[in-house]
Design a protein around this ligand. Structure first.
Ligand SMILES: [Zn+2]
Length: 385
């Protein structure tokens, strides 16, 4: 099966040379021609989307055109946790059309399929008209150039002061719904959320303490006092599927998690530490097990607020006993599961597995050999918090 990571799938050209050359709001106002001579290749369209100061995104249900494509693609997306209840009927004239956000009908017929027809998505970022995006940006002149995706589409994230309410538009937390966006929109959204969360935390200069200013189209901050330039940070974290000698997988419940939610172990990489050493240390600290072979599986950003998740398969050291001793502080319960046991626990609702956007889910399904059974405890993908 494919090892699919919803926040790592897209194809994105960052257009880094343009970041210092033009302000993103000026770019929106002037149109695609403003990038001429600044970047190589075609720019067909500028597409703004909105993010609020908490890192939530404005999304809407696909238009009729999207629905038709989605239905054609239903067979390949049958496992998606879709908010289909929010998708209007085909005859619904009031359906939210990207390009006509204010309900005036302007822009009708301009709706496009993000990522192209090969890439059907049950959910799309809300793309207000450029005029509307510029109006909304007035209260918070902070925009970020996110790059170019397939088809020559350039994306600009506009940070708005408040999550304004519009019919058909929902503000969501990307961590619950990234799997419902197209590959390219998911990548663009992950970058915007990462930048907004970074700007919220990196307010003061680390050298002289003055308040910094966002620069380079949102990709740096600059200190007006000492001219120090800072770049966005990601904290590396290891996450590991630990297997015992019978190919059972270890799941644990963290004392900070809601009751019934179980996942694989994870922890931050410490200063001066390599990821494989971090895997062995974390497993020993949290459940008292000695790990031998460690194999890298894949990675994806987790910008909530700024982790980079490094997925590993970890096998118990040959001959080591599978005796679990939880640390009792971070981890309060842990056990090994066969595939049949895990399926039964999930189907019955006794155990809630990691959600479909998390690398932990992909790692578990890689071990399981296919999609995990449906959980009656499924989280609403349009959650805001
Ligand atoms: Zn400074």
């Amino acid at each position: 099966m494919a090892f699919t990571l919803p926040l790592s799938r897209g194809v994105l050209d960052t257009l880094a040379p343009a970041r210092d050359a033009i302000d993103p709001l000026t770019l929106l106002a002037e149109g695609p021609g403003a990038l001429e001579g600044l970047v190589e290749g075609e720019v067909r369209e500028l597409r703004p989307f909105l993010v609020d100061p908490a890192g939530r995104l404005a999304v809407c249900a696909p238009t009729r055109g999207h629905v038709a494509v989605r239905r054609e693609g239903a067979a390949v997306r049958a496992d998606a946790d879709t908010p289909f209840a929010t998708i209007p009927d085909e005859g619904d004239a009031a359906s939210p059309v990207p390009g006509a956000p204010d309900g005036t009908g302007e822009g009708e017929g301009e709706a496009t399929v993000p990522g192209g027809a090969q890439d059907p998505a049950p959910l799309v970022l809300w793309h207000p008209e450029v005029r509307v995006a510029l109006e909304l940006a007035q209260g918070s002149p902070s925009a970020m150039l996110m790059g170019r995706t397939r088809g020559g589409v350039v994306h600009v994230a506009v940070k708005v002061a408040d999550p304004l309410e519009r019919p058909g538009v929902t503000w969501v937390n990307l961590r619950w719904c990234a799997h419902l966006l197209s590959d390219d929109e998911s990548a663009v959204a992950a970058g915007a959320v990462a930048l907004v969360n970074w700007h919220r935390q990196a307010v003061f200069c680390q050298r002289c303490g003055r308040r910094v200013t966002p620069t380079s189209s949102g990709w740096t901050t600059t200190c007006p006092g000492c001219a120090t330039i800072e770049y966005p940070r990601q904290d590396p974290a290891v996450i590991m599927a630990v297997l015992d000698h019978s190919d059972r997988v270890l799941l644990a419940h963290n004392s900070a998690w809601r009751s019934g939610f179980w996942s694989v172990l994870a922890g931050f990489v410490e200063a001066g530490e390599s990821p494989d050493r971090a895997v062995r240390r974390e497993v020993l600290e949290e459940v008292g097990l000695a790990v031998g072979e460690v194999e890298f599986m894949g990675a994806q950003p987790w910008p909530f607020p700024r982790s980079l998740m490094l997925g590993h398969l970890a096998r118990l050291e040959p001959g080591a006993a599978a005796d679990i001793h939880v640390d009792g502080v971070e981890i309060d319960s842990a056990r090994f599961f066969t595939r049949a046991e895990l399926a039964e626990e999930i189907s019955s609702g006794r155990l809630e597995p990691p959600g479909p956007t998390a690398i932990a889910r992909a790692m578990l399904e890689e071990w399981y050999g296919g999609p995990l059974p449906e959980s009656p405890r499924r989280i609403d993908p349009l959650r805001q918090s």
